[in-house]
Design a protein around this ligand. Structure first.
Ligand code: TPP
Ligand code: MG
Length: 405
C-alpha cells in the first residue's frame, strides 16, 4: 500500500473524465481510441480464440471435457436458431408487425452459454434482450414476440419455466433475483448436496445497468447474505448511445470485490468459456458459497432497439472489429476442426432455422389483437372502482366510432 497521502486538491477521476477530449471525428483515430474495441485483456477467460483455436485452461478444461458431442452440437444449434428468430423478429418489426424489438445480435454465446449452464430448478431473471436464455429455458419465442407486438400482458407464466418476465426498468431484476435467492436460501434449497434440490438464481443485466442504484443495492444484499445468486452482466459496450467508458471507470468484473464476493471477466463471444464460467459460478451458489459477478465481454452488433440508429453515435469501424469475433463462426470453426460436426449437420441446422423462421412469421401474423379493455383486467387482483370507471370511459369512447366507417 502506498503511504503517499492523497492530494484532494489534485484532479480526481471525475475531474479527469470531464476534461477528456471529445471523441475524434477521424474514424481511425476514433477506433483506436475506443475502449469498445478492447479485447478484454489478460484477465479475461477465453477458451476459444476468434479463429476457433482452443486455449487450454486448467480450471475450466474438465468442464468442457465433460460435454458430449451431442451437447456441443446442441449449443451450435441453439446459437443459430435463436439468431434466426432474432433476425426474423427484426424484419417483422420493420414491416410493422411488432411495435419494437430489442435484438440480441452478437450476444448469442453469452446468453446460450449461461442458459445451458442452468438446471431446471434454477431461476433466471432477464432484462429485455435475453431471447437466448428464454430459448434455453424452453419459453416459446412467440411469447416474446407477443410482448413486443403488444398483444399480451408481459408474456408468460414465469413459474412454468423458472424464467421471470422481461424487465424494462433497468436493473430492477437484480433486486428481484437477490430477493428470490435469499428466499431459496431460507427454504433450505442450497448446500444440501442433492443435485435435484440445490438451486441458484441468475440475474441478467447490461453494462449500463451497473450504474443503477438497484443493481448496487442487490450486490450489497447478495454479498452480506451470501445469497445463491449469479449476477450476469453482458458488457456489450453500450447503454443505448452511452459508451461504457462514460460510466465504468475501472474493470467492471472487479466491481464485486467491494461487495465481498468474486468477479470474473469472460469472453462473452466464446460459448465454451461462458458455459464453463457460468457453470462454476452456479455450482458455487448452489453449494451455499454465495454470489459471483460475471462480466461477459461482448458487443451489441445491432441497434439498441429497432427505434434506435447507432450510426448517429458510433463508428462502423468498431462494428467491423467485432464482426471478426462473431460467436457462431468461431464455434463452428472449432467444431469442424475437432470433427464434432460435419456439413450434413450444418445443413440440417440451416434447414431447421429456415423452418423456424417461417413458423415464427406465420404465427406472428396470426396473433390476434386483444380487446382494448383487456388492459384493465390485471391492474389489481380485485375489482377497483377507479379502474372500472376508466374501463367504462374507454368502452364509451370506442363505441363512439361505431358506424363511422
Ligand atoms: C430505470 C430506467 N432508466 C432508464 C431507462 C431507459 N433505458 C432503456 S435501455 C437503457 C440502457 C441500458 O443499457 P445496458 O444496461 O447496457 O443494457 P443493454 O441495452 O445494452 O443490453 C436505458 C437507459 C429504463 N428503461 N429504466
Ligand atoms: Mg449495454
Amino acid at each position: 500500500m502506498s503511504d503517499t497521502p492523497v492530494d484532494f486538491d489534485a484532479p480526481q477521476n471525475n475531474a479527469g473524465a470531464a476534461a477528456r477530449p471529445p471523441r475524434a471525428t477521424d474514424p481511425l483515430a476514433a477506433i483506436n481510441a475506443s475502449p469498445a474495441v478492447g479485447d478484454g485483456g489478460a484477465d479475461m477467460v477465453q477458451l476459444l480464440t476468434p479463429e476457433g483455436q482452443r486455449v487450454p485452461n486448467a480450471t475450466y478444461d474438465p468442464i468442457i471435457g465433460a460435454l458430449t458431442d451431442d451437447e456441443l452440437r446442441g449449443f451450435y444449434r441453439d446459437l443459430v436458431l435463436i439468431r434466426r428468430v432474432d433476425t426474423e423478429a427484426t424484419a417483422l418489426q420493420r414491416q410493422g408487425e411488432l411495435g419494437i424489438w430489442a435484438s440480441l445480435l452478437g450476444q448469442e454465446a453469452a446468453q446460450v452459454g449461461a442458459g445451458r449452464a442452468l438446471r431446471p430448478q434454477d431461476y433466471a431473471f432477464p432484462s429485455y434482450r435475453e431471447h437466448g436464455v428464454a430459448w434455453c429455458r424452453g419459453v416459446d419465442p412467440m411469447n416474446l414476440l407477443g410482448l413486443f407486438r403488444g398483444v399480451n400482458h408481459g408474456g408468460w407464466d414465469p413459474h412454468e419455466k423458472n424464467f421471470h418476465l422481461y424487465t424494462i426498468v433497468i436493473g430492477a431484476q437484480a433486486l428481484h433475483a437477490t430477493g428470490y435467492a435469499m428466499a431459496i436460501q431460507r427454504d433450505g434449497d442450497v448446500g444440501t448436496d442433492d443435485p435435484d434440490r440445490d438451486a441458484a438464481v441468475i440475474s441478467f443485466f447490461g453494462d449500463g445497468a451497473t450504474s443503477q442504484g438497484d443493481v448496487n443495492e442487490a450486490l450489497v444484499f447478495a454479498g452480506v447474505n451470501h445469497a445463491p445468486v449469479v449476477f450476469f452482466c453482458q458488457n456489450n459496450q453500450w447503454a443505448i448511445s452511452v459508451p461504457n467508458e462514460k460510466q465504468i471507470p475501472s474493470p467492471l468484473y472487479q466491481r464485486s470485490s467491494g461487495f465481498g464476493f468474486p468477479g470474473v471477466r469472460v469472453d462473452g463471444n466464446d460459448i465454451l468459456a461462458v458455459y464453463a464460467v457460468s457453470k462454476t459460478a452456479l455450482d458455487h451458489a448452489r453449494s451455499g458459497q454465495g454470489p459471483t459477478f460475471i462480466e461477459a465481454f461482448t458487443y451489441r452488433m445491432g441497434a439498441h432497439t429497432t427505434s434506435d440508429d447507432p450510426t448517429k453515435y458510433r463508428v462502423s469501424a468498431e462494428v467491423e472489429v467485432w464482426k471478426h469475433r462473431d460467436p457462431i463462426e468461431r464455434f463452428k470453426a472449432w467444431l469442424v476442426r475437432e470433427g464434432i460436426a460435419n456439413r450434413t449437420f450444418f445443413d440440417q441446422v440451416e434447414a431447421e432455422a429456415d423452418e423456424l423462421a417461417a413458423s415464427v412469421r406465420k404465427r406472428c401474423l396470426a396473433m390476434e389483437d386483444p380487446e382494448p379493455t383487456a388492459m384493465f383486467d390485471h391492474v389489481y387482483v380485485e375489482e377497483h372502482p377507479l379502474i372500472e370507471a376508466e374501463r367504462e370511459q374507454l368502452r364509451t369512447y370506442l363505441a363512439s366510432f361505431e358506424g363511422s366507417h
